[in-house]
Design a protein around this ligand. Structure first.
Ligand code: ASP
Ligand code: MG
Length: 436
């Protein structure tokens, strides 16, 4: 996001940073306007589509205006991506988009049909029909503008809009997709454009947890979390929402709810920070196995060395995440340690080796058996000692911290993969997050 949101303030339509073309104020006399998004497992077969449609029916019968956003049936997008890769090694991203966007077209049509069978007026909308306009970055496009006026007009006639998620139309009039998991982003962007009162994300878990319950059995469901914390959780490894969708929700003040489509109970609300009364210091613990560590041993301790190391990596489109440079014992040479995405490790090593003479280092060590563990909480801004608790807890368990990085509301540490579970359980307890 280019323009940061005004802290602690819901922004007025005029101040919104993105040019959504058609804000239509919802009539306060009327019932709510709701976007309901169903993920792949929630529409995995005809029976589940019917189950989801019954949830839509409930909201319609309560008098609400409803836009439904659907994913492809579970597994379908993977299958389509597989077809592309079988056909063409270096493929045309515009054709990739034409192919992989088709999964959502099927579910949107089926959902509209199912609703019609229930006596509800409904129609499907593909990205280009609305239109949802994107930039030209096929395969990972960003939404630039949504014209919701026709959908809103039809709300007035009692019609439900069923929107195919994950897709839009690019400036050259081709179908564009929003990156894997992109139907979350479709839903939030549609909610922003329609000025919906809320955006409910139906999925196969019942909310956002303090950490991954498969690793920490004492993980708790979070009742309310701020957009900012959720953004960190999503980008640091929690897979429940696409990161971009949380960014849009934050910038447009969209109230999100993550909830189960299989159980009737409230999920997790993702809201503005000011709405959260009892703020925990640490709200959650995220982990990511997607990192790998590289150490350049004995590089010269002089100006320009960091530029010589990271320049070639940038040129190869390899992102560096955490960095430490140790103090040099002799004032001449030092070690430089940093992390890259695990999928980029081999390429990064290659790039560094081919730049060996320019950089000048004694040896190169690489390690893919690491995890990044992050504690997240807006309460860190006002509480001291949060980092110390993390370091002490890990030390007590004999876990060595290899790299540290921090931001205003998170502290990340890199540890050996074999300690991941131990570290997460210990931290979960140390920050008072364990379920009773
Ligand atoms: N069907 C797309 C995917 O699997 C988009 C989504 O489900 O969010 O990535
Ligand atoms: Mg998803």
């Amino acid at each position: 996001m280019d323009t940061p949101p005004v802290p602690g303030k819901r922004q007025s339509a005029a101040a919104r940073p993105e040019p959504w073309s058609s804000f239509v104020e919802s009539d306060p006399e009327k019932m709510a306007r709701i976007v309901m998004k169903f993920g792949g497992t929630s529409v995995a077969d005809i029976g589940r589509i019917e189950n989801a449609a019954r949830r839509v029916q409930r909201e319609v019968e309560a008098g609400h205006e409803v836009a439904v956003v659907v994913s492809a049936m579970a597994g379908v997008t993977n299958q389509l991506v597989g077809y592309v890769q079988e056909t063409s090694k270096i493929y045309d991203a515009r054709e990739y988009d034409a192919i992989v966007a088709s999964g959502e077209q099927v579910t949107a049509g089926l959902m509209a049909l199912r609703l019609q069978e229930m006596g509800i007026s409904a129609r499907s909308w593909l990205g280009w029909q609305i239109p949802i306009r994107t930039n030209e970055v096929h395969g990972k496009a960003r939404i630039e503008d949504i014209d919701g006026s026709e959908i809103v007009r039809r709300f007035g006639e009692g019609q439900v809009a069923v929107v195919a998620g994950f897709q839009g139309v690019s400036p050259n009039n081709r179908i564009a997709t929003l990156g894997r998991g992109g139907s979350d982003t479709s839903a939030v962007a549609v909610a922003a454009a329609l000025k919906a009162d809320r955006c409910d994300i139906y999925t196969d878990v019942d909310g956002v947890y303090t950490t991954d319950p498969r690793i920490v059995p004492k993980a708790r469901k979070i009742e309310k979390i701020s957009h900012e914390e959720m953004l960190e959780m999503a980008s640091l490894g929690a897979k429940v929402l696409q990161t971009r969708s949380v960014e849009i929700a934050m910038n447009h003040g969209v109230r999100l709810q993550v909830l189960s489509s299989f159980e009737d109970k409230p999920g997790t609300l993702v809201v503005d920070e000011e709405e959260i009364v009892e703020q925990q210091v640490v709200s959650g613990i995220a982990y990511s196995r997607d990192e790998a560590k590289i150490t350049l041993v004995k590089v010269a301790d002089k100006p320009g060395v960091a530029a010589n190391i990271f320049g070639p990596l940038t040129d190869a489109s390899i992102n560096v995440d955490m960095i430490v440079q140790s103090v040099s014992p002799d004032g001449e040479r030092t070690d430089m340690t940093f992390t890259v995405a695990r999928t980029d490790l081999d390429r990064a090593v290659q790039v560094l080796k081919s730049n060996h003479d320019k950089i000048g280092y004694e040896s190169l060590l690489s390690d893919g058996d690491v995890v990044k563990i992050s504690v997240i909480g807006v309460g860190m801004r006002s509480h001291a000692g949060v980092a110390q608790t993390m370091f002490r807890t890990l030390a007590e368990k004999g876990i060595n911290i290899q790299v540290i990085s921090t931001s205003e509301i998170k502290i990340s540490t890199l540890v050996a993969e074999e300690y991941a579970e131990l570290a997460m359980r210990a931290l979960h307890t140390a920050y008072g997050l364990d379920a009773a």
